[in-house]
Design a protein around this ligand. Sequence first.
Ligand code: SF4
Length: 282
Amino acid sequence: MINTPVNISGLSQSASKTAGDFPQKKQSEKSLFKRLKHKAGEAILKYSMIEDGDRVMVCLSGGKDSYAMLEILMALQKKAPVSFELIAINLDQKQPGFPEQVLPEYLDGLGVEYHIIEQDTYSIVKDKIPEGKTTCGLCSRLRRGILYSFAEKIGANKIALGHHQDDIIETFFLNMFFNGQLKTMPPKLLSDNHKHVVIRPLALCKENDIEAYAQIKKYPIIPCNLCGSQENMQRKVVKRMIRQWEQEKPGRSDLIMRSLQNVVPSHLADSELFDFKKLQIE
Ligand code: SF4
């Protein structure tokens, strides 16, 4: 396996555009897809997400982000100078009313290799979490464990998740406000069991663009609230806060994202990250 960074975007790094180069007015399917593909290619290159010989397990939840991620990865795969495989998977968690035929029908149409994993995490979550409490934490942990095991079973070395720039920014503030930590979902990380690399190819893509593209494409969206759980309330509050900032000062989200890629440890206050003790006049 070759471990050098690979540019699968079809664009040179110097040609890389900032979000400000793309006006957020009425956009066609073609221009939206071009921008999303460009941003995904930029993230893949910047963080060396995909290498020659990779088997990439693409996790589909049935939400707009994962549909867009699969489509973008398939388009990049066609033009990439390296060879990698894509295997789409969906976890049917047995929530009541889960429309089981939707994803297989969609994926059959795409002609991509795919697997549907059936595991009743819904009953476990309902059993363990008291009525009225948010179930997403336990549900996500169970889902993660199942996905890691399945990746091992099918020999996938990379696991692609559909989180985008806005998810990353929201998680950053949630960690700061509620955990007292400066951290977020990284574009690339080692899985908990150290057997896979988790990648987020949409890390530099904006949710607005994905949303607009998903609407044009009419993806068959499966809602993530079939289980009856409320989406994390704090995340909603933080999302609102960021959207309001963006309205007041367009481009602020991009600046926040840029800050996350431009950290100056000597100008923060973490003594583990920067050796303040050794700082003295020479
Ligand atoms: S909304 Fe339901 S299915 Fe979605 S993560 Fe939360 S508990 Fe799981």
